[in-house]
Design a protein around this ligand. Structure first.
Ligand code: BV8
Length: 254
């Protein structure tokens, strides 16, 4: 049964007729696949907060504990599948002439659903980086054979190739995310609490450059008061329904 999402006609026309569209996703888009979110009721792990674990000081203080956390997350994620929200976002790449997916998620599930080249702002949990040489390697062991894992080339400990709190994002990634937001006519913000910077500033950047900003979330966030349209509900329901309505309005028989 379709969700009853009310969209003002002027905004709906912009969404239907846009050529340049971008979306920013957070942990909420993977929640319906079973991936724990960060700040929800299950956002704690062994009574530690993500901000403590996902940081260089946390890692250097106890690399085994931090690798246990990542191993637990990797092993959890390895068995999970994309949900209909991921698939709808992948399909938007064919519906819109120019669609860019920007994600804060490190779970790699957008690519599994068919998103061709997601901008992974915070890295990817399936890649590790040698602390000595900086080499980035794919590592999909779940669970890890050894904790902490070592570089196969030089035997030095590796870290997750993920951006931790207090660490700078990759300049190319910031550039891609920034131009996608600046150039978009419609900017979706989906399943994120919109507290982590610099990702949380992308919606404002898009809006200042003329984009209609559409937020999809189970609940209101610090961004909600400033968006053009707030669609309250699960992204795994709302996104497929919205995509069907866009395609119908364009005359496709879906
Ligand atoms: C940097 C990798 C600077 C780890 C992550 C400016 C102001 C204030 C603070 C700062 C600032 N600039 C920098 C900071 C500090 C910090 C920051 O933003 N802190 C926050 C906590 C205030 N930022 C940084 O440190 C960044 N670095 O800016 O460096 C710098 C400059 C020069 C020199 C040196 C440094 C780096 C940030 C990256 C941190 N890494 N992840 C890992 O994943 O292991 S962030 C982490 O939070 C995840 O990536 C996660 O994606 C991200 C954001 O969380 P959300 O995705 O939003 O998830 P959350 O659980 O919070 O919310 C889920 C939402 O979904 C909820 O709203 C819920 O209602 C909704 N939902 C749930 N189910 C559904 C749903 N919605 C729809 N459908 C559903 N079914």
């Amino acid at each position: 049964m379709e969700t009853q999402i009310e969209i003002p006609p002027a905004i709906f026309n912009t969404i239907v007729n846009a050529t340049k569209v971008a979306a920013l996703t957070g942990a909420g888009v993977s929640a319906e696949s079973g991936v724990p979110t960060f700040r929800g009721e299950n956002g704690l792990w062994r009574n530690r907060r993500p901000e403590e674990l996902a940081s260089m000081e946390g890692f250097l203080d106890d690399p085994r504990l931090v690798w246990d956390w990542y191993d637990w997350r990797r092993t959890t994620i390895a068995s999970l599948k994309p949900n209909d929200g991921h698939y709808a976002l992948a399909e938007m790449e064919t519906v819109y002439e120019n669609f860019t997916l920007v994600t804060q998620n490190v779970d790699g599930i957008h690519a599994l659903a068919g998103s061709r080249d997601p901008v992974e702002m915070h890295g990817n949990i399936w890649y590790v980086r040698c602390l000595k040489e900086g080499t980035v390697m794919e590592n999909r062991e779940a669970p890890l054979q050894r904790i902490p894992p070592l570089c196969p080339k030089c035997n030095t400990m590796v870290r997750p190739n993920i951006i931790w709190f207090g660490e700078e994002l990759d300049t190319e990634t910031i550039k891609r995310a920034g131009s996608a937001a600046r150039e978009s006519e419609v900017f979706f913000v989906i399943g994120t609490s919109s507290v982590v910077q610099p990702a949380a500033s992308l919606a404002g950047l898009a809006q200042r450059n003329g984009a209609v900003v559409v937020e999809v979330n189970l609940e209101r966030t610090p961004l909600t008061d400033s968006v053009d349209l707030f669609l309250e509900g699960p992204s795994g329901k709302i996104l497929p329904d919205l995509l069907r309505r866009i395609c119908r309005a364009r005359g496709f028989d879906v």
